[in-house]
Design a protein around this ligand. Sequence first.
Ligand code: FAD
Length: 456
Amino acid sequence: SPSIVWYRDDLRVGDHPALHAAVERGEPIVAVYVLDEESDGIRPLGGAAKWWLHHSLASLADDLRDRGVRLVLRRGPAGRVIPSLVDEVGAGAIFWNRRYGGPERDVDAGLKSRFADDGLEVRSFDGSLLFEPWTIRTGSDTPFSVFTPFWKACLAADEPRHPLPAPAELDGYGGPDGRGGPAGDDLDEWGLLPTHPDWAGGLRETWEPGERSAARRLRAFLDEDLAGYATGRDRLDRQATSRLSPHLRWGEISPHRIWHATRERAAGAEGARKFLAEVGWREFAYHVLFHFPELATRNWRSEFDAFPWPRLHPSALTAWERGRTGVPVVDAAMRELWHTGSMHNRARMITASFLTKNLLIDWRRGEQWFWDTLVDADHASNPFGWQWVAGSGADAAPYFRVFNPELQREKFDPDGEYVGRWLPDLDGDDYPEPIVDLKETRAAALAAYDQVKASR
Ligand code: FAD
């Protein structure tokens, strides 16, 4: 009886514990990806994420086919699609790597208990995080709410496992081309790519989704940029960071591989420590999401519920989205996002601070825009990052620390290269005057914050 490997946010062949378990079980393998936009509470993917998913699935399908397995694509609520596939192929086992969001865990737990009654072997694995959220706890057995002691506890825990090798050959159910196996959808018919208009040109120029490209990116980063990472990572005008985030988001590379490759290269060096600590922020965001599944919709610090968001000024939101606020570094960053589906971390902080503190627009509006436009739009890191900047999140920047976009620009783009690249119209007549006064709006934000303080 075949083993089903259910692919989710882990679109790779190497270091894939669920696939590895299926190989060990020794029966023919059915690999499936389910596009589920219907289960309760599942957040529909944004446009840039869909673009990435399309290409990542195409790449995974190639890599599996080369090894003798066809990737089956199905669409619909997983709670219905998976059991029907189990019946169809007479599966004896189903394996998957864990997810950590609330609705996703509900789906998985529902299936686990349903299959338990059928005598099917169901097992889940640690494929996406270095440290499982229930294993890292404070001395008083609560989840951490501050990063530094959290990461210290991670570093003191057992070292993450070594990556598993990619299987060279697989025994595909229904033969290597899958013809004798279950039918699946045609990826092109899922409509994940934009057509009218095709806005993905900048994404194609910037990115190459897929596991092989992720491995190349890691190697290039370790060879060229790791040594200078600690000092260069904040510079907007340099590409000094790894740019691995979309590959990690879609699981084309595991954090375990990144961890061990980095340690082998430069254990103890400042760049390696700093880089792994950033990967640690991703872990922290996931742990926070695990313990607080409403991260994308509710303030982590509930006293922020008293924050008096003024009534939304739609034109201000649109100016921010389009990169027409008249504040150059903000506009450059928003155009980088629109063109490439990504944005430098410091630029994310600057633009998020500007939206929430100078425009006084609810962080959830900005989070949604990022969700729609980022190729690495992540269930944990995106709402976590927004709440961190807004002041409502775990270990957040203190509210009164309002980024000054002009000073940020002087410090992190000293020669104006970044702004020049994304804002060629800066000196033209059409470039807008600033839509708000930075000083006045900062004062207004601090006054609004007094209401949060008063409610504590
Ligand atoms: P590197 O500096 O090379 O870091 C290596 C890896 O560590 C990254 O690939 C990423 O997985 C992780 N990482 C780094 N910084 C952070 C961080 N602050 N929080 C969590 N993980 C981190 N990251 C996403 O992956 N998806 C998002 O949707 C996302 N939204 C964000 C929204 C806001 C408002 C902010 C302030 C940050 C957000 N981040 C998000 C975090 C961070 O900006 C990106 O992970 C980083 O810019 C990716 O570039 P890199 O891969 O070159 O990072």
